[in-house]
Design a protein around this ligand. Sequence first.
Ligand SMILES: *Cc1c(COP(=O)(O)O)cnc(C)c1O
Length: 230
Amino acid sequence: MTIADQIHQIRQIIQLNAQKSGRNPDHIRLMAVSKTHPVSAIQAAYESGITDFGESYVSEAVEKVKSIQNQAITWHFIGPIQSNKTRSIAENFRWVHSVDRPKIAQRLSAQRPSHLPALQICVQVNFFDEAQKKGVSKDALLDLLGFVDQQPNTVLRGLMVIPPPQSEYSKQLEQFVQVAETYHKLQNQFPSMDTLSMGMSNDIEAAIAAGSNMIRIGTAIFGPRGNNHL
Ligand SMILES: *Cc1c(COP(=O)(O)O)cnc(C)c1O
């Protein structure tokens, strides 16, 4: 299948699953995760109507952003962040989904160029307390949200979560519902939060059922990634 075909299929999955849960499919944003894939693949996805792209590796991503130079594209940084890379991220992305500590939030805000609009931030949460997983712990979440909310050149938009993989739909759903409940409670405290970034190629249906409004899809659009980055 071509990239266009795969995108068409993902859009149908979004449509169908949104309808099943009485949601408006237009309220679910589809991000194509293009890490490790070439500029030609990004261009093919763009021609199929995708305008949100996610990247995880700073130097690879910045090269692509600079070579594509398309103002209609919104670039999302979704990978682990080292503090010596925050300037490149602040200069080249519109969204960051992987903020996990105050120092990173502070640097992204301080280094955001003044001619650009505020950087849109989701805080990544290690919601299920996994040993190897990136993200702020649930215990430290509230403080981090408060901190991000106070930075001058960022806007707190929401939460990003990658739950432990589960093959059963019911288990995926159970995890996503827990995250969604926490998200909805936090929205009362932080009114700028309107984004629940969860759902990848293997759990898109459950994420939509639980209320995700930002789906991040790599493999199901672009095919398998080489392991040159692993
Ligand atoms: C790679 C990646 C994705 C895409 O994963 P697929 O399973 O290929 O759809 C989504 N989110 C994050 C944070 C990623 O690193």
